[in-house]
Design a binder for this molecule. Structure first.
Ligand SMILES: *[C@@H]1O[C@H](CO)[C@@H](O)[C@H](O)[C@H]1NC(C)=O
Ligand SMILES: CC(=O)N[C@H]1CO[C@H](CO)[C@@H](O)[C@@H]1O
Length: 278
């Protein structure tokens, strides 16, 4: 089948980890009740966003939070392919910003570790160095559903056009980026980047942000969004806690690729984006 419903859960993140895993699961059940087949949680759904929080909130995968996600993926007996979100992951003494995907039978289908860490230093204004506590991943990650192939990125990864292009070359039709832009980068680039990646690669692009919490140490922009391969915004949340639904029809993608055959017209004799590692 070429059509399915996608749901993005724009969760309020609290510092009480177990509470919010439970809350995430109840939103996932609600989304499944509404017919969603692929559901995404926001970046760092089980911890506040900030390098000082990552060590305290990190878990192994499989671990406590992902166990719950695996169970809820299975429990929601509709064909729930990807229940995912991103969490700080601990492995062999290193921490990663990681997104895990569970299939409808509860198995771990894919794991993606953020490859571009967000390190900025604007003197006198803002310093935010994910690399103080996190290590970067070094591989791509896709997973297959009966509807389409999905490519994974996290937040800042969306700024790197090459990653999206590699995924498109590998046959992805939907790219999902759990993310948390701030109140400067959000209004400037959040939607622009999604629409750019969508149009460049003729794919669907979805982002899942935490809801806005003005009292948090890192204030997220919110506005979880779904964009189609023509660059149109199909659905978009406001700043509050919400589930964003979008009915995706892959026939639309095929039509656009046929009308505007940029893939076939690339000049691979002049340029190429290639993978250096599998
Ligand atoms: C958001 O992050 C950018 C750097 O990416 C920074 O320049 C800006 O000051 C930050 N804005 C807020 C409101 O923290
Ligand atoms: C910020 C926020 O909404 N946090 C919630 C996390 O989960 C607990 C338990 O459900 C809520 O009480 C908090 O409000």
């Amino acid at each position: 089948s070429s059509a399915f419903r996608l749901a993005l859960i724009q969760l309020q993140i609290s510092s009480v980890k177990s509470d919010n895993v439970t809350r995430a699961c109840s939103f996932i059940r609600e989304a499944a009740t509404q017919g969603a087949k692929i559901v995404s949680l926001p970046e760092c759904f089980n911890s506040p966003y900030g390098t000082k929080y990552f060590p305290e909130y990190a878990e192994k995968i499989p671990g406590e939070s992902t166990q719950k996600l695996s169970e809820v993926a299975k429990e929601c007996s509709i064909y729930l392919i990807g229940v995912k979100g991103s969490i700080p992951e601990e492995d062999a003494g290193k921490l990663y910003n990681t997104c895990a995907v569970f299939g409808p039978d509860g198995t771990l289908l894919a794991k993606y570790r953020k490859i571009h860490l967000f390190d900025i230093d604007v003197p006198g204004k803002i310093t935010f160095q994910e690399s103080e506590t996190l290590s970067p991943g070094d591989s791509f990650s896709t997973f297959d559903t009966p509807y389409c192939r999905v490519g994974l990125g996290i937040c800042y990864d969306m700024r790197f056009a090459e990653l999206a292009q590699i995924y498109a070359q590998r046959g992805c039709q939907l790219l999902v980026y759990p993310g948390a832009f701030n109140l400067t980068t959000g209004p400037a680039h959040w939607e622009l980047l999604q629409r750019s990646r969508a149009v460049d690669n003729q794919v669907y692009v979805a982002t899942a942000s935490p809801a806005r919490d003005d009292k948090a140490s890192y204030v997220a922009w919110g506005h979880s969004t779904v964009v189609n391969p023509w660059g149109e915004v199909l659905a978009k949340a406001g700043t509050e806690e919400a589930i964003v639904y979008s009915d995706i029809d892959l026939k639309k993608l095929a039509e656009i690729r046929q009308q505007m055959p940029v893939f076939r017209q690339k000049r691979s004799d002049l340029y190429a984006v290639e993978m250096k590692k599998p």
